[in-house]
Design a protein. Structure first.
Length: 186
């Protein structure tokens, strides 16, 4: 589907749920790749990319007045929704009532998964805080880190130079590092 058609669908998606569905279908393969990458990155082996993507679709359809003026904002919102669903999934997987801390065998435990889950929760909280402080930086993180877009892709979506996107990314990384480590921002 052409970029112009996607932009038109994104702009009318807040008015008609049918257009929102068509936009989701048009971007399905790209969103599926984002879901695959996120699941690989976070070692959530029991959740499939298709399940994560369909849960994202259901989550996005529950909102009545969500507005997506362009493809970038739709992808950023979908990435943010996937991140939220993945964090919730990881939390429930680690919940005590699910027996996540109960060990039956004496085999070594892969601590990396626990750290990744905790890091993902801290990153999610830090991104939410960054979104309140500086929404554009949070969108840059969603597009670059969670959607996997390149600097060039983001620059094209934002209609700015690639160097501007790189500066925004560096600022976002610094602020996220401080937020994750609970260092006060200047």
């Amino acid at each position: 589907m052409a970029e112009i058609e996607l932009t038109d669908l994104a702009q009318t998606a807040d008015e008609k749920s049918a257009d929102r569905d068509r936009l989701f279908i048009a971007l399905y393969s790209e969103l599926h790749r984002v879901a695959q990458r996120e699941l690989r990155r976070n070692a959530a082996a029991t959740l499939s990319p298709t399940t994560l993507l369909h849960e994202t679709f259901l989550s996005m359809n529950r909102l009545d007045a969500s507005k997506f003026p362009d493809r970038a904002r739709f992808m950023a919102y979908a990435g943010c929704a996937m991140r939220g669903l993945l964090i919730d999934y990881l939390r429930t997987r680690q919940a005590q009532k699910r027996g996540s801390r109960f060990e039956i065998t004496s085999l070594p435990i892969d601590v990396h998964v626990d750290l990744a889950d905790a890091d993902m929760e801290r990153l999610g909280a830090a991104l939410d805080e960054l979104g309140k402080i500086h929404p554009r930086l949070a969108e840059c993180v969603d597009l670059k880190f969670f959607c996997g877009l390149s600097y060039e892709d983001i620059a094209r979506l934002w209609q700015v130079s690639e160097r501007t996107v790189q500066r925004e990314w560096e600022k976002a990384r610094i602020m996220l590092f401080r937020l994750v480590k609970d260092v006060p921002l200047p």
